[in-house]
Design a protein around this ligand. Structure first.
Ligand SMILES: [Zn+2]
Length: 404
């Protein structure tokens, strides 16, 4: 079957409303057999309706096949008030406020700021997520659907745990490792650290119809990758996989190695013409700011070059990770080599958390980044003049019961 023939929606502006305020649940379909829970969220950014539209497309067909379904598939809307207004957010970015502290503030009466739209959204979404997670009897998977302002090939982002990687590798797409670790307060990280297997997906440009197609293809692919459906239950699977492969250019893993952070006063400006994942060589001029030219500090791939006005990331530099390194890092992690990394010069364990390391940069400066990346320590933060690197929890195994 030709994929195009299955597409029912021909426009991105359907007559029906995208969201009513507070209506986060699109639908949940429970199978007749036990199995995993797959949560799919569209529109956590209100100007990214493609994920919600794709969820609407697949819903009926998933319901029709519920006899073959194992576990549960749940489709959710993210920022309902922003979706209704077709804006990224109303008061604040809903995908930057999922820290443990914030969640607690939200629960204790929105911190005295009930007027803030996204605190309301966060509270409602938490209730919806908890309801689903509390009845989960198997692994919980969470997929967050996004689109970008600039056109580009679809790709996947994952926090670097072996469980996330295994899931992401079942999609014929570029997988970006370490991008999520550059951003604070994402829902993906919050849920991942509680023990769900998580993945983000960037489907293409916000308004492109192809973005809805990519989201739809990804959802079908996900229902099989999780084990909710068997391959034979999803007649669309092969078409979906070829569509993703064609659009995304096939499977590969790219890791983020450098982030060029910017502030408004920098006067940052990208050189024209860079595309996401375009190869660049060391020394090549990528952008300029008020201090002068900004060149690539190493040869690799440029990721997410900033051509819109807003943002704190000028660009990222990454490079492809070969299968050998992925396998090596999996072996190291299964052997729990991370337990001994504090034996390296200038590296010490955090007294309270085994997923955090404190680095003395004067001593450890010569250690290659790769050692930390191999073991999943990708997030870097400066706390009181110390460099703290951390990895995600639940690298090898999930919790016995996920509690939100
Ligand atoms: Zn987004």
């Amino acid at each position: 079957m030709n994929f195009a023939s299955m597409i029912s929606t021909t426009t991105l502006e359907p007559a029906r409303q995208l969201a009513k305020p507070g209506a986060h649940l699109i639908a949940s379909v429970r199978g007749s057999l036990p199995g995993p829970t797959l949560l799919i969220l569209g529109g956590i950014h209100g100007n990214e309706p493609a994920g919600v539209l794709a969820a609407d497309r697949v819903l009926l067909r998933i319901q029709e096949r519920s006899a073959d379904l194992r576990g549960e598939v749940v489709l959710l809307r993210g920022n309902t008030r922003a979706l209704e207004r077709k804006v990224r957010y109303v008061d604040a970015d809903l995908n930057r406020q999922w820290t443990a502290d914030n969640v607690r503030i939200g629960e204790s009466g929105n911190g005295g700021r009930p007027e803030m739209s996204e605190l309301l959204e966060q509270g409602e979404l938490l209730v919806a997520l908890r309801e689903v997670v509390s009845r989960a009897r198997g692994d919980v998977y969470f997929v967050d659907l996004h689109t970008t302002s600039a056109p580009g090939k679809p790709f996947v982002t994952v926090g670097d745990t072996l469980r996330n990687r295994r899931f992401a590798l079942s999609f014929p797409l570029t997988i970006v490792l370490g991008l999520e670790e550059q951003i604070n307060g994402t829902l993906l990280e919050y849920i991942n650290n509680l023990g769900a297997i998580t993945m983000g997906f960037e489907a293409g440009q916000h308004e492109a119809i192809s973005s809805v197609d990519h989201h739809e293809a990804l959802i079908w692919n996900a229902t099989v990758a999780t084990g909710n459906f068997l391959r034979d239950d999803v007649a669309e699977l092969d078409d979906c996989r070829s569509l993703l492969k064609r659009a995304g250019g096939g499977r590969r893993v790219v890791e983020v190695r450098h982030r060029h952070a910017i502030r408004p006063e920098d006067g940052f400006q990208m050189e024209p013409g860079f595309r996401n994942f375009q190869p660049v060589r060391r020394g090549q001029v990528l952008a300029k700011d008020r201090r002068g030219k900004i060149t690539a500090r190493e040869t690799g791939l440029i990721l997410l070059p900033l051509y819109q006005k807003l943002g704190d990331d000028g660009f990222f530099l990454g490079r492809e990770v070969k299968q050998f390194w992925l396998s090596l890092s999996a072996v190291f992690r299964k052997l729990k080599v991370g337990h001994y990394i504090h034996l390296l010069p200038g590296v010490r364990r955090h007294p309270l958390n085994e997923n955090f390391l404190i680095i003395n940069t004067r001593i450890a400066r010569i250690l290659p980044l790769q050692i930390f990346h191999l073991l999943g320590f990708r997030r870097r933060r400066w706390i009181d003049k110390h460099l703290v690197v951390s990895r995600r929890s639940h690298d090898l195994a999930g919790p016995t019961k996920l509690v939100l």
